[in-house]
Design a protein around this ligand. Structure first.
Ligand SMILES: [Ca+2]
Length: 448
């Protein structure tokens, strides 16, 4: 472990205190048995993207194995109907082709469906006479999410796909320039750097209802979008929507030296508002962290619903108890603490790797784990059972329970998949911490 910076560790050591009903209308809007002319070399939009499924047969057949591009790994479900597998393309795409590479356990009846929000689905292909093997389907659809929804198995086994490949054209994302606005008129700092706060609430709040607060000053961005940031240690800047005391709030944290900025967004305690920050330095360094632009673009209610849909049952409560204001970290929820229904969520797994620590202390990297960042990170990422050399390989993270699915959710929605999902999420460079000398400005986007 490198010596941590003040900002990161002071923040990260804080203890946390703090089914969608699917009406499947099987209407084939478009179905064709022809194979579209596409080059064999093109890469599916689905490859390497986050995938989830209604079930898995065992830990060796995760949903991710159907989108990994490896013909020797597969997803398989439990042996019942219906079952589904869904992939998140990361942004809205025009979908033109789906390739299903079935293992022997294939679907007789299934639909291919698309969705913009992982809640409401549109069927773009369906069949009751699936043939198994490799099926190449020409479809016409639009969506960020694509799933195979199986309603009748062809064998007594489950549904099993070597690969679930979605091809098409990704819609152009938001223009990064317009997201971050015009940076040419940012005033030069008299102190260390200029902070500019951006209203990216998609019209939910006007500029005179988007507030920032730092070191005793509170302003709306209509009054004052800029702050000339002085050197300070372990500082926080808070953001509020609606009023300066609104329950819709969040913060960034930082340590600012005479000629350096160190700081991060954080989901260690909770999600309150979508936040992203972009640091620009005099030498041309220009780096962004925080929620990605697709997450900024979607409504808050969609983000909450997506959380409930995507995480395992034990974690759904995190987006419910303090809704609509917060999605809280698992270590903050009574269900995972002593006496709670999931107090033993981690117990047997932790014991299997020689750790005797409470579930909430594992999520919070507290107790005996406060001094062991690597082990705490491995437990949160479900890599503690692997050889040490593989514990910090991102491709191994969050592949099976028990794991911190709250943290995984924020990584899946973060720029470059970097987020502070738990206190030692900086292990293996996975956090949203950024640091650079001679900073010129910091842009902070506040979303809904
Ligand atoms: Ca595979």
């Amino acid at each position: 472990m490198a010596v941590p910076t003040l900002a990161t560790r002071s923040a990260s050591r804080r203890r946390a205190v703090a089914a969608v009903t699917l009406i499947v209308t099987v209407i084939a809007l478009y179905a064709a048995a022809t194979t579209p002319g596409a080059t064999a070399a093109d890469t599916p939009l689905s490859q390497g993207r986050p995938a989830i499924a209604s079930s898995t047969e065992n830990a060796g057949t995760p949903a991710s194995a159907a989108v990994d591009g490896d013909p020797g790994t597969r997803w398989s479900s439990q042996f019942s109907d219906p079952q589904w597998i869904q992939v998140d393309l990361g942004a809205t795409a025009t979908v033109s082709r789906v390739v299903l590479r079935w293992e022997a356990a294939y679907a007789r009846a299934y639909a291919i469906q698309t969705s913009t929000d992982a809640t409401t689905w549109t069927t773009v292909y369906s069949t009751t006479t699936g043939a198994g093997g490799t099926e190449t389907l020409a479809v016409t659809g639009t969506g960020r999410y694509v799933r195979m929804y199986g309603t009748a198995r062809a064998t007594p086994y489950g549904y099993s796909l070597w690969e679930f490949q979605v091809y098409g054209v990704a819609a152009p994302g938001p223009d990064p320039g317009s997201f971050w606005g015009d940076t040419s008129e940012i005033p030069a700092a008299q102190n260390v750097l200029t902070v500019k706060v951006l209203n990216r609430t998609n019209g939910h709040y006007p500029d005179n209802q988007v507030y920032w607060s730092f070191n005793g000053q509170t302003h709306s961005i209509a009054e004052q979008p800029y702050l000339d940031m002085p050197a300070n240690s372990a500082g926080r800047m808070y953001f509020y929507l609606g009023s300066p005391t609104s329950q819709y709030y969040d913060f960034i944290e930082f340590t600012v030296g005479p000629s350096v900025f160190n700081g991060n967004t954080t989901r260690v305690d909770a999600f309150g508002l979508k936040l992203a920050m972009r640091l620009h330095a005099h030498d041309g360094y220009d780096v962004q962290v925080g929620e990605d632009q697709a997450t900024f673009a979607e409504d808050r209610s969609v983000t909450f619903q997506r959380f409930v849909t995507e995480v395992p049952a034990e974690f759904k409560v995190l987006a419910q108890t303090q809704a609509p204001y917060r999605i809280i970290a698992p270590g903050s929820d009574p269900s995972f603490r002593a006496g709670g229904v999931n107090q033993n969520y981690y117990t047997s797994y932790a014991a299997s790797v020689g750790v005797n620590e409470s579930t909430s202390n594992i999520f919070g990297c507290a107790g005996s784990l406060a001094g062991n960042p690597n082990l705490c990170a491995a437990l949160n990422r479900h890599t503690a059972q692997l050889p040490t050399a593989q514990q910090q390989t991102p491709g191994n993270f969050y592949l099976a329970p028990p794991a911190n699915y709250y943290a995984r959710f924020w990584h899946d929605r973060a720029i470059n998949h970097l987020a502070y999902g738990f206190p030692y999420d900086d292990v293996a460079g996975q956090s949203s911490f950024i640091s650079h000398a001679n900073p010129r400005y910091l842009l902070v986007a506040v979303g809904w």
